[in-house]
Structures are given as structure tokens and as C-alpha cells.
Design a protein around this ligand. Structure first.
Ligand code: ADP
Length: 516
């Protein structure tokens, strides 16, 4: 096993990888940009290297500096986390050339799956079911329009190099196709430097179900069950859960078989996720494979009792998969919610600012919190504004939902606006609770999920005033000095000051003045 690893990431995932490394007795090296010099992931590591200014392209995407830091620290492996360089084949090669193990698949597997079109061609050959569509090389608009007509509207145009929901457009009618294609190409070119697109039948009210796979260098490959990530906003995941509601043993076996075939088709090694889109009838189709650890991996850990980062490190060090498929079991139900600094009432605009107060739900065997921030830290405009991932587990889905509702209620953030209120409503949405959902649920229920809440009433303001006053008094009583002095009395008497106070509370844009 490695004695020391470098973690080429920031935020919650850097902290999460460091925790497992520490438990395994592996020393950790952090890298940081100038915006992150004081951040939690740096504080948790044994050593830390500055790699550049705040912009990701000048720091967390600088593979050369990261490999240099690994060499000078003596780290023998690099864990890339997710995002940044985690699916960058050149970076994996750079690590290899420097004699450092890349904790991820071989570069050729990253390349094969990095392009949605080539991935589909490989999957087709491996007999994995695809969404009806076109993923070939002919990119002429007229030809693509003919293909769209053949597939039948609505169709989805996707950037071949796409990711994160960018460069994707649904087209309802033939007349809108040309304009949508042009827009999609522009977006793909500016986001990925590659304007190639593919076409897919746009499925109505589908579910997104993905299979976690793991492969070792000795040819072993396992499927660690599914995650349902259908609760999305603009094709981005908001809630994830495992197992998928309504999953049957037979369908799970079929999907797992297809996922393992996908991994084997590219000689995969390490942790990967095969994403499927599932139609109303339950038929599943390959969408893409993500060649890294996913944001939502904790729900799989919570239902299997496994540590996927430990598995990644063991496999990167050349060990075999530690367990056989027949010995894997699903235990209970787990749900993850992504807590973001963003404003649901301004179309989820990312928010920034100092976290003035942070209270996390108490962690237990049922509740897990993954975060990269502490009270006093800044959410900056440079990176993804995720504050934390909240993961709960219980014996069944209703009990897990109840845990989630309670934990969200305990989660307190003051400073940047967050999506906590939105999540709190979402986990109580009638259809979601009834497990009757698909990728369009959030959009369909938008008006209820985003309805303005009633402004704070007299009771809430009185409680807020009492809390504020007791905190002010506690602060004053803590002053050193003679406890018998009249200055230490905690009654309302003040020298040179009125005994009445005016407290002003801000609730969104409303100011509430309370006389106390
Ligand atoms: P990205 O790589 O940009 O995240 P994906 O191909 O993984 O894009 O798709 C993201 C999401 O878009 C899916 O989870 C699903 O909600 C939706 N989606 C993708 N393909 C289809 C399709 N053919 N029909 C309907 N929805 C789709």
C-alpha cells in the first residue's frame, strides 16, 4: 500500500479522501489555490502545496504543478476526486510518466468513455442496449435533420464531448431543429472546444438509474447495485438514493450485467459508474459511463457498508477486489441531498459569501455529513458552491425520508443563501414520498416547491429576539472581572444607554425591527 498520496482536489471530496487515507495509515498531501489557503481540506492534510491563483485553470487544472508537488512531497499516488482532472486522460498519462499511480482507470478507458459518441459505438458492439439515436461521424445539418425525423420527435441533441448537462437541448418539432442544433454546437464549442453532437430519442418522463462498478487489474469486475438519480433540476442531480424504488431483482441483475459488460469492453480498472436512462415501461438504455468516483457514491457506501475510497486505493496499489459478487448485500435505504449556496428564488443562481454560522446535523450510524467548509469560511465564485452533502440511511425508504427531513431541519447556515428550504420541501413532496417520480418531477412541481414562505410572525420574531438577547447577555457576563461589581449585573440597567434595545432581523429582503 502507498505510504503517502496526494489529493488533487478541494472541498468535501478532498476531505473525504483524506479521512479514509488517514484511517488506512496513509499520509496525505493537499494542494490549494490562493482562495483555499485557509480551507478545511488543507488543515486536514499532513502537508500542503500551493499550486496557483484562484481560477481553476491556473490551479486545480494545472496537472504539471500537481505532479511536481507529488514528486517533491514523495507521494506515490494521486487521487483526483471528481471534477477537475479526474477524467483527463493526459493527466493520467502524465502521472504514469512520472512514476506516480493515478487512482483511476487507465488513460485509454478514460478516452474511450470520455466521448459520448465513441462510448456508444463501443457499447453497441458489447451488446449493451442504447437509446434509439444517431452517434456517427456525419455532422452535416441536413443529414442530422433526416436522422432526427427517422428517430421521431421529440429528440435530444447532446454534445459528444458533453458533461454536466451542458450542450444539451430537447427539440419538440422539426421546425425548431436547425436553430437548436446551431445553439447546441455553439455551446459545445465554447464549453468543450468540440462541436460534434449526437442525437437521441427524447424519452418522456424517464428515470435516471446508474450502476456502480468496480474492476481490478486481475480481470475481476463487480456491480455494487444501483443509485436512482432521477430527482434533477435542469439535468443536474439534486437527490440520489439507493436502492432505486421499484427495482426488481431480475432487472437489477440485467442492468448489472450490462454495466459489467460496459466496463469490461474498455478494460476498466477502479471505480466507475454506468448511467442508464429508464423509460416508463422499465426498459433501460445506456447513456454514458463516468470514469471516476461520483459525487453520490456515499449512498452506495451506506447500503453496502463498504468504503469505496479504500477500494480505489487498494486497487490502484495492485490488490484484488476484496469480495465476491455473491457476498454483496443491500442493507436498508440511503438518500443523499446536495446542499448548495444558491438562491432557489432567483433560478438557483449560485451564491457566494462568508458562512457566518454553520450548524451541521449530528452524525450517527444513520446520518453522515460530507463537507469542506467550516463556520467563517468563504464560499467563493471560483468553484462549485456546494456546502455539503447530507446522507441518511435507515431500514426502509419511509424511515430514511423521515431521517432526511429531520436532519435538514437541523442544518443551519447563515451568510450565503442556500437551497435548504427547497430541499426540505422537496423531500416532503407527495409524489416523491410515494416514489412516483421521474426526471421531470421538480420542474412539474416548481410552483409549489418554490412558493414564497409566509414572513416570520410575532412568535418567530419574539423567539429570535429572546435568543439574540440571551446571547448578548452571555457575551457580556463572560467579561472578566468582579462578579459582585454592579457592571456584572445581567439586568436591563445600562450606563449611558437606554434599557430598551432595538433589534433588527433580516429575513431575505425583509427587515423586522423588534423593540426589546
Ligand atoms: P451530462 O453528461 O451532461 O450530465 P447525460 O447524458 O448524463 O448528460 O444526461 C443528463 C440527464 O439528462 C439525464 O440524467 C437525464 O435526466 C437527461 N437525459 C439524457 N438523455 C436523455 C434522453 N434520451 N431522454 C430524456 N432525458 C434524457
Amino acid at each position: 500500500m502507498f505510504a503517502k498520496i496526494l489529493i488533487a482536489n478541494r472541498g468535501e471530496i478532498a476531505c473525504r479522501v483524506a479521512r479514509t487515507a488517514r484511517r488506512m495509515g496513509i499520509a496525505t498531501v493537499a494542494v490549494y489555490s490562493d482562495a483555499d489557503a485557509q480551507s478545511r481540506h488543507v488543515a486536514l492534510a499532513d502537508e500542503a502545496f500551493r499550486i496557483g491563483p484562484p481560477e481553476a485553470k491556473d490551479s486545480y487544472l494545472r496537472g504539471d504543478r500537481i505532479v511536481e508537488a507529488a514528486m517533491s512531497s514523495g507521494a506515490s499516488a494521486i487521487h483526483p476526486g471528481y471534477g477537475f482532472l479526474s477524467e483527463n486522460a493526459e493527466f493520467a498519462e502524465r502521472c504514469e510518466r512520472a512514476g506516480i499511480a493515478f487512482v483511476g482507470p487507465p488513460p485509454q478507458a478514460i478516452r474511450a468513455m470520455g466521448d459520448k459518441s465513441s462510448a456508444k459505438a463501443i457499447m453497441e458492439k458489447a451488446g449493451v442496449p442504447l437509446v434509439p439515436g444517431y452517434h456517427g461521424g456525419n455532422q452535416s445539418p441536413d443529414f442530422l435533420l433526416d436522422q432526427a425525423v427517422r428517430i421521431g420527435f421529440p429528440v435530444l441533441i447532446k454534445a459528444a464531448a458533453g458533461g454536466g448537462g451542458k450542450g444539451m437541448r430537447a427539440v419538440e418539432h422539426k421546425a425548431e431543429f436547425d436553430a437548436a442544433l446551431a445553439a447546441c454546437r455553439r455551446e459545445a464549442l465554447s464549453a468543450f472546444g468540440d462541436e460534434r453532437v449526437l442525437l437521441e430519442k427524447y424519452l418522456e418522463r424517464p428515470r435516471h438509474i446508474e450502476i456502480q462498478v468496480f474492476a481490478d487489474r486481475q480481470g475481476g469486475c463487480l456491480a455494487l447495485f444501483e443509485r436512482d438519480c432521477s430527482m434533477q433540476r435542469r439535468h443536474q442531480k439534486v437527490l440520489e438514493e439507493a436502492p432505486a424504488p421499484g427495482m426488481t431483482e431480475a432487472r437489477r441483475r440485467e442492468m448489472s450485467k450490462a454495466a459489467v459488460a460496459a466496463a469490461k469492453a474498455v478494460s476498466y480498472v477502479g471505480a466507475g459508474t454506468v448511467e442508464f436512462i429508464v423509460d416508463r415501461a422499465g426498459t433501460f438504455h445506456f447513456m454514458e459511463m463516468n470514469t471516476r468516483l461520483q459525487v453520490e457514491h456515499p449512498v452506495t457506501e451506506m447500503i453496502t457498508g463498504l468504503d469505496l475510497v479504500e477500494w480505489q486505493l487498494r486497487i490502484a496499489a495492485g490488490e484484488r477486489l476484496p469480495i465476491a459478487q455473491k457476498d454483496l448485500r443491500v442493507s436498508g435505504h440511503a438518500i443523499e441531498a446536495r446542499v448548495y449556496a444558491e438562491d432557489p428564488n432567483r433560478d438557483f443562481l449560485p451564491a457566494a459569501g462568508r458562512i457566518a454560522h454553520l450548524a451541521l446535523p449530528a452524525e450517527s450510524g444513520h446520518v453522515r455529513v460530507e463537507t469542506g467548509v467550516r463556520a467563517g469560511d468563504e464560499i467563493t465564485v471560483y468553484y462549485d458552491p456546494m456546502i455539503a452533502k447530507l446522507i441518511v440511511r435507515d431500514n426502509d425508504r419511509p424511515a430514511a425520508l423521515e431521517r432526511m427531513r429531520k436532519a435538514l431541519g437541523e442544518f443551519e447556515v447563515a451568510g450565503p443563501v442556500t437551497n435548504l428550504g427547497f430541499l426540505y420541501r422537496l423531500v416532503q413532496d407527495r409524489d416523491f414520498v410515494a416514489a412516483d417520480f421521474d426526471t421531470g418531477l421538480i420542474e412539474r412541481h416548481r410552483s409549489e416547491l418554490l412558493a414564497p414562505s409566509a414572513p416570520a410572525g410575532e412568535e418567530a420574531l419574539t423567539l429570535a429576539a429572546l435568543t439574540a438577547l440571551s446571547q448578548l447577555d452571555a457575551g457580556e457576563a463572560r467579561r472578566p472581572g468582579d462578579p459582585f461589581s454592579p457592571w456584572s449585573l445581567a439586568d436591563a440597567w445600562r450606563a449611558n444607554q437606554d434599557s430598551a434595545r432595538l433589534l433588527v432581523f433580516l429575513e431575505g429582503e425583509n427587515r423586522h425591527a423588534v423593540g426589546a
